[in-house]
Design a protein around this ligand. Structure first.
Ligand SMILES: Cc1cc2nc3c(=O)[nH]c(=O)nc-3n(C[C@H](O)[C@H](O)[C@H](O)COP(=O)(O)OP(=O)(O)OC[C@H]3O[C@@H](n4cnc5c(N)ncnc54)[C@H](O)[C@@H]3O)c2cc1C
Length: 380
């Protein structure tokens, strides 16, 4: 087992670290306050190959591994977890198009997705189908051979209203996962509309909204995979998505730990630096240890997915559960170390706490991660 990054991986890591330091860290607080979606900076990240990290080179992607992606997203999330997390969703859809789209679909969509001239969203959740996603009701009826007629609503869609392309899981057959297909719906399609932007605890640098379909005509060729394969495609996307969200928790937590380490060397109470108190030293030691353990789990999951291991789904769920819980805990401890100042907007801790909280909820809640893991343990 090799715990060292390769020379190439260290180079990607440096590149993402520099990008985050120059473009994300200085702006993250303002984007959070102003609910600003930083499309320009996302496109700059795309120029560096970070919008289609594991899309094939022949389609304009970077053709890197899931482990490379985890390394990149951790670095970006040190700068802004919310913006990095949006990029993970766009990457998930770019990969789904590359992996499951026909040649015509790839040729039509990928050039704009890899550059982020067009931005993509992933639409699985519905108002009455969250954790039980396979019960979704959005329906696509065939209209002759050329089109589907799409009706229904998706809830909580990251990028809703701002994105140009929506990968929509919808029912083309009977009940259950086998009746679900995945269609690409383009913004501007007649009958596509969006709810008001949701008012959220965190993730303010990206919009979230309902996405509604009222008799939307979608070309049949916009299907990813075959009819009935949509749920499998959605879950395949989520395996990688979970690693990436976990990596964003690592990055956000690392930023918080670094802030806490600087703070304890400066802040004095009882005539001593906070860093001189052993209880503070032990707290920092535990935060660093747990963060390292979480990173090992995330990298192991990425390696499993790269190797197409039969344990990949379990490893991804384990890594997502552990890293997002530990990430939130580390940020919370870092906030505590800052005392009252940690609670103020003058310091980044409260934003990091708000941004990382949702990682325990989305791409499958951490309870659902336990469902996935225990099912694999008990059923094999
Ligand atoms: C900011 C934000 C962005 C999002 N972005 C997207 C997106 O881009 N695309 C998308 O498709 N979705 C998105 N989501 C939706 C997200 O994936 C869902 O919120 C999540 O899957 C949970 O679904 P729910 O909210 O309906 O909760 P519910 O499924 O109603 O769950 C409520 C609670 O019950 C628990 N629970 C449910 N079932 C079980 C069970 N069997 N055993 C134990 N506990 C259980 C859950 O863990 C949770 O704690 C986003 C959500 C948020 C908040």
């Amino acid at each position: 087992m090799d715990f060292q990054l390769s020379e190439d991986q260290r180079a990607f890591q440096d590149m993402a670290r520099q990008f985050a330091a120059e473009h994300l860290t200085p702006n993250a607080g303002r984007w959070d306050e102003e609910n600003h979606f930083p499309l320009e900076e996302l496109r700059q990240a795309a120029e560096l190959g970070m919008a289609a990290i594991y899309v094939g080179e022949e389609h304009g992607g970077s053709d890197l591994t899931r482990l490379d992606a985890a390394i990149l997203f951790e670095e970006l999330a040190v700068g802004c977890p919310s913006t990095a997390a949006f990029l993970t969703i766009h990457n998930m859809v770019s990969w789904m198009v590359d992996r499951f789209g026909s040649d015509a679909v790839r040729a039509r969509f990928l050039p704009d997705l890899t550059t982020m001239r067009r931005v993509a969203s992933y639409c699985l959740t519905e108002p009455s189908a969250g954790s039980d996603a396979a019960s979704l009701k959005t329906r696509a009826e065939p209209e002759g051979n050329a089109e589907y007629r799409l009706n229904g609503s998706k809830a909580f869609i990251s990028g809703g209203g701002a994105s140009d392309v929506y990968a929509v899981m919808c029912r083309t057959g009977g009940d259950g996962p086998g009746g679900i297909s995945c269609l690409l719906v383009e913004n501007g399609t007649k009958g596509l509309s969006f709810g008001a932007p949701e008012r959220k605890l965190g993730w303010h640098s990206q919009p979230t909204s309902m996405v509604n379909f009222a008799d939307c005509r979608v070309p049949s060729e916009n299907i990813l995979g075959a009819e009935g394969e949509g749920f499998r495609i959605a879950m395949a996307g989520l395996d990688g998505g979970r690693i990436n969200i976990a990596a964003c928790s690592l990055g956000g937590a690392r930023a918080a730990l670094e802030a806490a380490m600087s703070y304890v060397k400066e802040r004095q109470q009882f005539g001593r630096n906070l860093a001189d108190f052993q209880s503070i030293q032990f707290k920092l030691a535990d935060m660093a240890t747990e963060l390292d353990a979480a990173r090992l789990m995330v990298h192991r999951a990425a390696i499993s997915l790269d190797a197409k291991s039969p344990d990949a789904t379990k490893h991804c769920a384990m890594a997502k559960r552990l890293a997002t819980d530990i990430g939130f805990k580390v940020v919370n401890e870092a906030l505590q170390i800052h005392g009252g100042y940690g609670y103020l907007r003058d310091f980044p801790l409260e934003r990091l706490l708000r941004d990382l909280r949702v990682h325990q909820i989305l791409e499958g809640t951490n309870e659902i991660m336990r469902v996935v893991i225990s099912r694999k343990l008990l059923d094999g």
